[in-house]
Design a protein around this ligand. Structure first.
Ligand code: HEM
Length: 73
């Protein structure tokens, strides 16, 4: 399994963890002000999504640059 495939899979599954933490925030808010750990729970998965997402965004451009360099002038 390549590194980019692993990062894409991680991005997909961390996005589900992030979604659950956001839903947990809404559910907790119905019952009053949520504890701080629930309020801040989405931040770690969101940070992981940001970095893996920026990596996924850059992938096609990096591949294009590499292919361009390899092709004859
Ligand atoms: C925080 C900044 C984020 C950035 C910069 C980002 C960026 C990206 C990029 C560039 C892709 C690949 C698109 C493609 O190749 O067609 C992607 C895929 C995806 N993103 Fe994000 N994303 C972010 C956050 C999120 C969040 C918050 C969610 C959902 C809660 C999410 C869910 C997904 C899913 C499900 C995919 C498809 C993964 C796959 O191919 O299996 N992302 N994202």
């Amino acid at each position: 399994m390549s590194a980019s495939h692993l990062i894409r899979q991680s991005h997909r599954w961390v996005s589900m963890v992030f979604t659950l933490t956001v839903v947990a925030n809404f559910v907790a808010m119905i019952q009053g002000p949520p504890p701080a750990w629930i309020t801040y729970a989405p931040l770690l998965p969101l940070a992981l999504l940001l970095f893996s997402g920026l990596y996924l965004f850059a992938l096609p451009y990096v591949a294009k640059m590499r292919n361009g360099r390899r092709s004859p002038a």
